[in-house]
Write a protein that binds this ligand. Structure first.
Ligand code: F6R
Length: 605
């Protein structure tokens, strides 16, 4: 999603800004731009193509300067067109980039039009640029504080002014913004990753902060205009570009990295102890009487899976809520609940807002399962478990999901232990199964050639149904999400028992029905549901295991999973569904790693 980089230095900063944008590229964007202060004027270049194209444009135009800002945009207000790309200018004096959404942009636009401003774009961002120009007092830092008080909504902005050549001002509310400290130079970015290789001295700005960035100093004020000191952290953001190696796409690479990612996520866990979630975890786990999981998309499906584990193994009542719904609902707060957020990026606006909503309702026992150790989610939760999936470049979550599941299973075992429901021999047996997961996933990945054969048939379809029962229902949901987001085939998932209550009407010989069918306690029921599909001509694609006793026949295609894995089976069964989505998308020729309209890190509501 949108990304910001800014710099004030005594050297040409163009390469730093471009490199920063490249590091943020994986988050998804549809246009990009850069603006610099050059010989008393504002100069800019914008592109609706990739950052590499912008880099060429900037080199051809010889855009070099000491002060500037750059941006990758994911369209919200206004189409992904050059005139809507950031930076936006106001009257040749103000240059501004923005992440987030300004909710009162219409009323501000009317006011600014009445004051004589003309608008070149449909964006809410241009409104802020004109507002800053309109309120300009001769001091940009002071002006941005005045302007941001007029804004409703979420934003992180970086601004500079033609008349103050060695200054960039940043402000944040609701969207992340960090300061990078250098020697005689300072930087701004929406993510520390953008500055990897430039500086590792990072300040995370807090809600409402405004920062004045100059070459030799930085100055921060809080939402009330009071000067504040914020802690400087040394952040070792990942520096090396992520190599594709022998793979065609990052998604394929990331699917195949899962054995390593799970092994890394479980590394160091010799036995079950609450400390792995933080120093106070034992006290908190002892106190809580239920779990409330908040997440979005794939992370939400990880939460749905965990509900089965937490209730069955730990005996702890668990609710799972879609973050963007929970925050706007009048729910009944329970101060004794453990609020668990699940997020790959740790910056998802809806999940962060849901967390803050829970905190504002007096729910202070918070824990996050997150893949980004320096993210807002980790900073704002009392307890954390960092999954070690590594950087996930493909927009579709794969290794992030399976590592979330591994971490959630650890949480389940820990709560079970604290609640006195985990006898030692069970703990030892579960840990042994968890340690075997990397090898078990490697065996599942070997099914790829069989899945490729199925994908060719899928690529010709426009609809698909996914069925699962019990703990594999969330896995069916995740399989359908993977297929729709990267192959653009319409896919829906149902708990198989629901078929006859409506969706069975959709089943014809044109409808492929993917069925997750491990030999668990639900298998006989699931087989009856499969009969219902066959009787209507639907073609079944079944992921079964050795003891499911389902065999291939006309209209029934079966791939056998190598092992039956009991409670941990969802972690294995999602892998062939990821491969099916990947190879179907490949056969349809879609942009697998950057599917249309989607962004990696969803930092707007
Ligand atoms: C789907 C996908 C999304 C994310 C969702 C939450 O493949 O990746 O559905 O799971 O946007 O993102 P995080 O986990 O970063 O909070």
């Amino acid at each position: 999603m949108c990304g910001i980089v800014g710099a004030v230095a005594q050297r040409n900063i163009t390469p730093i800004l471009v490199e920063g944008l490249k590091r943020l590229e994986y988050r998804g964007y549809d246009s990009c731009g850069i603006a610099l202060h050059i010989e008393g004027k504002l100069e800019r270049s914008r592109s609706t193509s990739r950052v590499a194209e912008l880099e060429k444009q900037v080199a051809e135009a010889h855009l070099e300067g000491f002060t500037g800002i750059a941006h990758t945009r994911w369209a919200t207000h206004g189409a992904p067109a050059s005139h809507n790309a950031h930076p936006h200018f106001s009257r040749g004096r103000i240059a501004l980039v923005h992440n987030g959404i300004i909710e009162n942009h219409d009323e501000l636009r009317d006011e600014l039009r009445a004051a004589g401003y003309e608008f070149e774009s449909q964006t809410d961002t241009e409104v802020i640029a004109h507002l800053v120009d309109h309120l300009y007092t001769g001091d940009l830092f002071e002006t941005v504080q005045l302007a941001t008080r007029r804004l409703t909504g979420a934003f992180a902005i970086a601004v500079f002014c033609r008349d103050e050549p060695h200054r960039v001002v940043g402000a944040r509310r609701g969207s992340p913004l960090i300061v990078g400290l250098g020697d005689g130079e300072n930087f701004l970015a929406s993510d520390a990753l953008a500055l990897a290789g430039t500086t590792d001295q990072i300040i995370y700005l807090e809600e409402g902060d405004v920062v004045d960035l100059q070459m030799q100093r930085i100055w921060i004020v809080d939402a009330n205009g009071r000067q504040v000191a914020r802690e400087v952290k040394t952040v070792h953001a990942h520096t090396g570009a992520v190599e594709l190696g022998p793979y065609r796409h990052y998604m394929q690479k990331e699917i195949f990295e899962q054995p390593r990612a799970i092994a890394d996520t479980l590394e160091g866990v010799e036995s079950i102890t609450p400390d792995i979630f933080g120093d106070d975890a034992y006290k908190v786990f002892k106190k809580i009487d239920s779990v409330l999981i908040l997440a979005c998309g794939t992370s939400y499906y990880a939460g749905l899976t965990a509900k089965y584990w937490l209730e069955a193994v730990a005996g702890v009542r668990t609710d799972v809520e879609i973050a963007s719904e929970y925050r706007y609902r009048d729910s009944v707060p329970n101060p004794n609940a453990l609020v668990v957020t699940i997020s790959q990026s740790g910056e998802t606006a809806d999940t962060l807002a849901a967390l803050r909503h829970a905190q504002s309702q007096d729910m202070q026992h918070t824990l996050t399962i997150c893949n980004a150790a320096t993210s807002a989610m980790v900073r704002e939760c009392a307890l954390a478990y960092i999954t070690r999936a590594g950087v996930e470049v493909g927009v579709a979550s794969t290794k992030a999901f399976t590592t979330q599941l591994a971490a959630l299973f650890l949480l389940t075992l820990t709560l079970a232990q604290v609640k006195g429901r985990l006898p030692e021999e069970r703990e030892v047996a579960f840990l042994k199964e968890m340690r075997h997961l990397p090898a078990a996933i490697t065996a599942v990945l070997a099914l790829e050639p069989q899945i490729i054969a199925w994908a060719e048939a899928f690529a010709r379809k426009e609809n698909a149904l996914f069925l699962g029962r019990g703990i594999h229902y969330p896995i069916a949901l995740e399989g359908a999400l993977k297929l729709k987001e990267i192959s653009y085939i319409h896919a829906e998932a149902y708990p198989a028992g629901e078929l006859k209550h409506g969706p069975l009407a959709l089943v014809t010989e044109e409808m492929p029905v993917v069925t997750v069918a491990p030999a668990d306690s639900m298998i006989e029921k699931l087989k009856s549901n499969m009969q219902e599909v066959r009787a209507r001509g639907g073609e079944l694609y079944v992921f079964a295991d050795g003891d499911s006793r389902i065999t291939s026949s006309e209209g029934v295609h079966v791939i056998r999973m190598p092992e039956h894995y009991g409670l941990l089976s969802p972690i294995l069964h999602v892998v062939p569904l990821q491969l099916l989505a990947y190879h179907t998308a490949l056969a349809r020729g879609t942009d697998v790693d950057k599917p249309r309209n989607l962004a990696k890190s969803v930092t707007v509501e």
